[in-house]
Design a protein around this ligand. Structure first.
Ligand SMILES: Nc1ncnc2c1ncn2[C@@H]1O[C@H](COP(=O)(O)OP(=O)(O)OP(=O)(O)O)[C@@H](O)[C@H]1O
Length: 890
């Protein structure tokens, strides 16, 4: 598709071409002629009309007849001879203008007279277009045979200064023809004026006159026109058809000569000497036999050095050759046809548009290739069409391609530069814009961050206020149930307790806290007593915080820690001290340096360790296991136990010196069952905690459920209470925790069952046991994975041991195997199991009735989950039975 851009560019290319051609017409024309010559040369020789025979006064003839000019009797003799041979027309290109020997002239006159078909030349001078015309009277008195001059031929060449043959000869020839040539600027003869205006009569060229004679065309049948000279009713020898022939000529009556080829390659030649030498009828001696009968014979002088003329193929072409080619062009009707100027313009326009289109291709190499193809293609087309005698203009069209290529390339280059400049400018502009936008983005982002921070602060504030409001709502709710006691919550001591995680409404608890706060800044040891789950660790942590000590709070559960490792856990070890000590370990004492060490379950410490502990506490320095160096430590000792430590001391199981050292300031925490006011408060407190943790929409506890909570004795104290509420939150189907969700009734009932073995929570134990086994019965690691406290893990493990003992009829080995699983920790489990059992049944023999023994055991096992209480009761009963055999039995 030709786009408007290409049309405009191509149009301008065509216009520029027009300007170039118009300003340099002569140059253009001379190059155009050169391309015509090239086409002649490229085409080579073409066949000529066989009816045209050249008889030449050549160098061979000159040897016979001597130097030119020859005697006129020789010419007379030849003309006679040709007449004898029945030549149809003889063009005798020799100008007998001067008088010769009268006898000879007469003989010549008689010969042409007799022949009757001889055409003689007349020399004229062609006038330049604008040259003043001077009438010429050279032919005055001659019986002149010129054609009439029609108006259409008024632009035909004017001629004057005619040189005629001798009048006596001129009046006897069949016709006269001019021999003027109109050379082009480069001197080459390409055209011939077929008719010239001499004294207002049209004189045919010698060759044209010969053809008219040959074809016997009367003067009235020659019609000169503007672009053609028409010959009417032409009948070629041997043909029966008469037809008109239109000879293309320019406005000056000139015809382009269609040269047949090089002189030596074209026409039938006969040497005059040879023709004269063989006067016998109709045969010549040179070359192949040529019949002269009915031929058009062209007789001329071709002796070297005479009359050489430049023509397109050769510089030294014999003058007669020009006549021969004119005759041949006319006889063969192989007229060279030039295209019209309008066609020329269209061609230039078309090629300019095509070039512009080609230059619209993106790649330069393709552009160059296509332009070259267009150029060569047109040149080839011109050469090819010349074979059909069509003369296409070459210089104009090729100039159009070249000029358009140059112009469009320059235009493209300049617009590319312009585009590049513009792009550069745009890029600079954009980069400026980019910087501006970036700065704006940065501002916005800074603003955004500030707003975000503001939002965060607001949201934090919102959350805090929400929590406060929720707490307030909760407190208000409690108000309804707790009555005036609730008002205490707002008192500073109660609030401070709360800040340390101690939720209570009990004055006794708050009082303990107050005292704790009082002793906190001292370094003295503190002993926390109380049942399991009463909050001893909670108070220990509060104490640490209140103490203002900068070190860490480090805790260790001495009951849960494997016996063999307790020492190293407390005092540390050096690398290689025992198998598995792959690196130095500082130990809890050193970890707690500057802070607080919480020794939980201190009542479980073996006598040997009690000694070491005492030494450390006295000397305030520790020596790692396997090491020699000791380290000073500044540690606040807080210990806790759910045992009656005094009793232990009195029984000799706990060293008194250690007891007194630890018991500097004792605190006893009340069991939950003695703090009824806390039940409802803690219920709300834990409900609130777990509903958020589990994302449950719970907003209350049913009255019935609350009654059950209050009625329960809570042997596991706050820890058990917390677990029950957690269960209630997870199991609640609506948004109020119901009695059944607590599952407290089942536990209580289970505890009451005397043979609980089958009702054991064995299934629930399986996954717990698997976790324990996976951690090689390491309480800490298990607690960490299950996300529960170490106490929970330790007490449940204890309960499971009791449960398995019952299931295995008191067989410790069997029970230990079932607990340890694959047996890899069998020894450890067996040791623990036996220890637990011994502790459970100790003093059994001292009880007088079984129920008191069971009650005592259950009291001591308060920290063991209630689910295992039936198993405990069973074990105690069995033992009691063994220790108190019925009277009479052995
Ligand atoms: N007054 C309380 N307010 C809120 N939570 C409490 C209170 N008392 C105890 N708890 C919670 O009950 C659980 C058990 O407390 P803690 O571990 O301190 O008891 P303990 O006496 O050290 O138990 P053990 O003797 O078995 O080690 C903890 O989750 C603790 O936060």
């Amino acid at each position: 598709m030709l786009r408007l851009r290409e049309i405009v560019l191509g149009g301008i290319g065509a216009a520029l071409t027009g300007i170039v051609l118009w300003t340099l017409p002569n140059l253009v024309q001379s190059w155009e002629w050169k391309t015509l010559d090239l086409r002649f040369q490229w085409r080579g020789a073409v066949s000529t009309d066989p009816n045209l025979v050249l008889i030449e006064a050549d160098d061979e003839s000159a040897q016979t007849f001597g130097r030119w000019p020859w005697r006129r009797t020789v010419h007379a003799h030849l003309i006679e001879l040709l007449a004898d041979q029945k030549a149809r027309a003889v063009v005798y290109d020799v100008l007998f203008a001067l008088k010769g020997d009268p006898l000879e002239d007469r003989a010549l006159q008689q010969a042409i007279d007799t022949a009757g078909n001889v055409v003689f030349p007349v020399a004229v001078r062609l006038l330049e277009k604008r040259a003043p015309y001077a009438p010429d009277h050279s032919g005055a008195g001659l019986k002149w045979q010129g054609l009439d001059l029609p108006p259409e031929a008024k632009r035909y060449f004017l001629a004057n200064r005619a040189i005629f043959p001798l009048a006596r000869l001129a009046e006897h020839v069949a016709g006269l023809g001019h021999i003027a040539t109109n050379r082009d600027a480069d001197g080459i003869i390409r055209r011939v004026p077929l008719l010239v205006n001499y004294n207002k009569k049209l004189v045919p060229s010698l060759a044209f006159q010969g053809v008219l004679q040959y074809l016997k065309i009367p003067p009235q049948n020659v019609v000169p026109g503007k672009n053609t000279i028409r010959l009417l009713d032409v009948q070629f020898p041997g043909s029966t058809v008469k037809r008109d022939i239109a000879i293309p000529v320019d406005e000056q009556g000139q015809m382009l000569i269609n040269y047949a080829g090089r002189w030596s390659d074209t026409f039938l030649h006969a040497s005059m000497a040879a023709v004269l030498d063989r006067p016998q009828a109709g045969e010549t001696a040179t070359g192949p036999s040529v019949t002269l009968e009915d031929k058009l014979l062209l007789v001329a002088n071709t002796i070297s050095g005479y009359d050489a003329k430049p023509v397109p193929m050769e510089k030294d072409f014999p003058g007669v050759g020009v006549h021969a080619n004119i005759i041949n062009t006319l006889l063969t009707e192989s007229f060279l046809r030039e295209t019209s100027p309008a066609f020329h313009v269209l061609l230039v326009l078309f090629l300019s548009l095509a070039t512009a289109q080609v230059l619209a291709i993106r790649y330069y190499t393709l552009q160059a290739l296509f332009v070259a193809i267009l150029f060569a293609g047109y040149a080839f087309a011109a050469a090819f069409l010349f074979q059909s005698n069509l003369v296409l203009p070459v210089v104009g069209p090729l100039t159009a391609i070249a000029v358009t290529t140059l112009w469009v390339s320059l235009y493209n280059a300049s617009s590319e530069k312009e585009a590049a400049d513009m792009m550069k400018h745009t890029a600079e502009m954009l980069s400026g814009e980019k910087k501006k936008v970036e700065a704006e983005i940065e501002n916005l982002s800074r603003d955004f961050t500030a707003r975000e921070q503001e939002m965060d602060a607001l949201s934090r504030q919102y959350r805090q206020e929400k929590v406060q409001l929720e707490a307030r709502i909760r407190d208000l709710r409690l108000h309804t149930g707790l009555g005036p006691a609730l008002g205490r919550l707002t008192e500073p001591s109660f609030q401070e307790c709360r800040e340390h995680g101690i939720v209570t409404l009990e004055e006794s608890v708050v009082q303990t806290f107050r005292e704790l706060k009082q002793v906190a800044p001292n370094a003295s040891s503190v002993l926390l007593l109380g049942e399991s789950g009463t909050g001893k660790e909670l108070f220990a942590r509060a104490l640490h915080r209140l103490s203002g000590r900068t070190g860490r709070f480090i805790d260790i559960n001495l009951a849960a820690c494997p016996e063999g490792l307790v020492e190293s856990e407390l005092f540390g070890h050096v690398k290689g001290a025992f198998t598995g000590a792959t690196s130095d370990k500082a130990g809890r004492f050193r970890d707690a340096d500057g802070g607080t060490l919480f020794l939980d379950e201190i009542g479980e410490v073996k006598p040997e360790l009690q000694v070491k502990l005492l030494r450390v506490l006295q000397e305030r320095e520790v020596t790692p296991v396997g090491g020699t160096r000791s380290y000073k430590v500044n540690v606040r000792i807080v210990s806790a136990t759910n045992k009656d430590l005094k009793e232990e001391m009195e029984a000799g199981r706990f060293r008194s010196d250690l007891y007194y050292r630890l018991n500097t300031i004792p605190f006893t925490l009340q069991p939950l069952r003695e703090r009824p006011k806390d039940i409802e408060l803690l219920a709300w407190h834990f409900m609130d905690r777990y509903k958020h943790r589990y994302q449950r929409n719970i907003n209350g506890i049913s009255k019935k459920a609350m009654e059950v909570l209050k009625a329960h004795t809570w042997p596991g104290n706050v820890r058990e209470f917390e677990n029950v509420i957690e269960r209630g939150v997870t199991l609640a189907e609506g948004n109020v925790i119901q009695e059944k969700d607590l599952q407290l009734k089942g536990e209580m009932e289970a505890a009451a069952v005397s043979a609980p073995a089958k009702a054991s929570p064995g299934n629930r134990d399986t996954s717990f046991l698997e976790t324990l086994r996976a951690h090689r019965f390491e309480i800490n690691a298990t607690a960490k994975q299950l996300e529960v406290s170490r106490n929970t893990v330790a007490s449940r493990f204890k309960g499971i041991c009791f449960q398995r003992l019952v299931e295995n009829n008191g067989d410790c080995a069997q029970a230990a195997r079932s607990v340890s699983g694959d047996g890899s920790d069998y020894d450890f489990v067996l040791q623990k199991l036996e220890e637990y059992y011994q502790n459970l049944v100790k003093g059994s023999e001292t009880w007088t009735d079984v129920e008191s023994a069971v009650a005592d055991a259950l009291k001591r096992s308060r920290n063991v989950p209630t689910a295992y209480h039936p198993a405990i009761a069973q074990l105690v009963r069995d033992r009691f039975a063994r220790d108190h055999p019925p009277a009479g039995s052995v």
